[in-house]
Design a protein around this ligand. Structure first.
Ligand code: GAP
Length: 541
């Protein structure tokens, strides 16, 4: 793992942002627990999304870049849904990755994650693989080749490599000459096989597997589609409008990795925006640009963030256009980006699938997929999910624009972006390394730390009063009186607290405190009576 990433992972554990799930039992791969600070950070990420989408949405004003005004509403749907949902959505048949097993190491790999290059020595030609696409991959492949060819490191240049780059294993025909990542001999990989990523469970104590099989949802999106009619019938929404949801999703990833980036249990923040087909392209552009701007406004530098339009080959089976917001995570090689969010134009695929049955694309048209007897392979609900516009008297099946974000990936990106090292003088004026998490104030888990300079002369009591005032104003504050003041500042910098408040000898005389800014390190005197307003003002940026 990259050095910066290793430092962030260790800070996360040391300061209580993130722990491996079931840590005391050695952990469970692909599952993570958020600690006392992590839970606040992630809550703030969710809250920033929800307030942008729902709470602060103004349905009377046309937002910049939007074609018209629109309405937004929230929903919370169950983790386990009717199994037919996943048949009609396409997940039952299509939501799989190709995997290969290693007969020797008993390890399983995602086929498209294996990379390697051909190396030849004394007439023996083998394809050496690794699962990493970053620079460490070359060291691993070199070391493996030396071992298999029975050579010492100094003879590395005696191996002739067919390519400079690592090639995807998907381009290799036969596996007889492939050396798997964790063994020292060729020919141990099985042929690639499909592996469905949905977690299975059985409903009800008396159910047999056959009749009671259900799935943990692999996305929150289907909860919005199957409730489209309920929402239209029960609320005053009119098209165009969006239904938003935040909740857990589950995918039995073959190779969970890169900290929380690819987990088996994770949280999504998804919104399905229902609009007239004729306006759908304009809405797609609007949501694509707006969602990119959300990350920038919360502090992700545009150097590290890209908006990438999918090529035709990349598009999901239902999509007529998709763009990804991608971030340059430190665990990726220079110039590579990892997906934070996909914004997809899904057309009428989902609503029609839940009405008519699972659809497939034929000659650029969506048609119901039939079985050998010419009957729908998976029957839809048969319910009418079209929309009637009572002003234009038009009935149509709405098109959908879907911005689908991951709360854990966004939280990880905000942590990576916030991580910063500099040098600052300590209490004795000596320069010391400082680690600072420069979270946007809205995201910082703790907003203000209150310190009495010393533990006497009434300072702790006055500091405790100020701490209580901040708390009762809804500002996440902490109180600390342990250690030298410089050390207390550094502890707060490391967890990203934007403001520190120190109560000192002058406080009793003029009722002012020192307010220190984490990023500029400016220190100003503020009247205690104005402190709550001042911090609230600074938090509203
Ligand atoms: N409804 C569309 C959908 O689910 P997706 O691209 O598969 O689209 C949306 O997922 C977002 O969910 C991703 O951009 C990512 O942020 C997050 N996500 C997906 N799989 C994940 C995983 N295994 N671990 C963490 N986050 C994941």
């Amino acid at each position: 793992m990259d050095k910066k990433m290793e430092t962030i992972v260790s800070l996360c554990k040391r300061r209580g942002f993130l722990f491996q799930s079931s840590d005391i039992y050695g952990g469970l791969q692909g599952f993570w627990d958020y600690g006392p600070l992590g839970v606040e950070l992630k809550r703030n990420v969710r809250e920033a999304w929800w307030s942008d989408m729902i709470t602060n949405h103004d349905e009377l004003t046309v937002r910049e870049g939007a074609p018209t005004t629109f309405q937004m509403t929230g929903i919370e749907t169950s983790l386990i849904m009717h199994p037919q949902v996943w048949k009609c959505s396409g997940h039952y048949d299509l939501f799989h990755d190709m995997m290969v097993d290693c007969r020797e190491s008993k390890k399983r790999y995602r086929f498209d994650h294996l990379r390697g290059r051909w190396g030849e020595h004394e007439g023996r030609r083998l394809f050496f693989t690794t699962i990493e696409s970053d620079d460490a991959g070359f060291d691993q492949v070199n070391a493996k080749a030396l071992k298999v060819f029975g050579m010492k490191k100094k003879y590395l240049d005696k191996i002739s490599w067919e390519t400079e780059d690592m090639l995807p294993i998907t381009e290799i025909g036969s596996f007889d000459e492939v050396v798997a990542p964790d063994v020292d001999e060729p020919g141990t990989l099985t042929e690639p096989r499909e592996f469905n990523l949905m977690f299975k469970t059985v409903i009800g104590a008396l159910s047999t597997e056959e009749e009671g099989t259900a799935f943990l949802r692999p996305e929150t999106a289907q909860g919005m589609f199957v409730n489209f009619k309920n929402v239209v019938d029960s609320s005053r929404v009119k098209i165009p409008f969006g239904i938003a949801q935040i909740g857990k999703s589950f995918r039995n990833e073959i190779t969970p990795r890169n900290f929380t980036f690819r987990s088996r249990e994770f949280e999504q923040m998804e919104m399905e925006f229902f609009c007239h087909p004729d306006a759908s392209r304009d809405w797609y552009t609007y949501w694509r640009d707006r969602r990119y701007a959300w990350y920038v406004n919360l502090g992700i530098g545009s150097d590290n963030l890209i908006l990438r339009d999918h090529t035709q080959e990349e598009l999901a089976h239902y999509s007529v256009g998709t763009a990804d917001v991608e971030y340059a995570f430190p665990f990726l090689a220079q110039g590579e980006y990892g997906e934070l969010e996909g914004i997809a134009h899904r057309g009428d695929f989902d609503l029609r699938s839940h009405m008519e049955g699972k659809l497939v694309r034929e000659d650029d048209c969506l048609v119901v997929q039939n079985d050998e007897d010419g009957k729908p392979k998976y029957k839809g609900s048969g319910k009418d999910l079209s929309y009637f516009n009572d002003q234009t008297r038009e009935r149509f099946v709405p098109h959908v624009i879907e911005p689908a974000a991951g709360a854990d990936r966004a939280t990880l990106a905000f942590m990576c972006e916030a991580y910063f090292e500099d040098e600052q003088p300590d209490d004795k004026g000596k320069m010391q390394k400082r680690t600072v998490m420069r979270f946007h104030p809205k995201l910082a888990p703790v907003k203000a730390a209150v310190f009495p300079l010393i533990k006497k002369e009434g300072m702790p009591e006055r500091a405790a009063d100020i701490y209580r005032e901040l708390k009762s104003a809804g500002i996440a504050a902490i109180y600390s009186q342990q250690g030298a003041i410089g050390k207390r500042y550094r502890q707060q910098d490391e967890i990203g607290t934007p403001f520190c408040i120190t109560i000192d000898g002058d406080t009793a005389a003029d009722d002012t405190v020192t307010l220190r800014d984490r990023d500029t390190l400016d220190q100003v005197r503020v009247k205690t009576s104005e402190l709550v307003d001042e911090i609230s003002r600074r938090l509203r940026v």
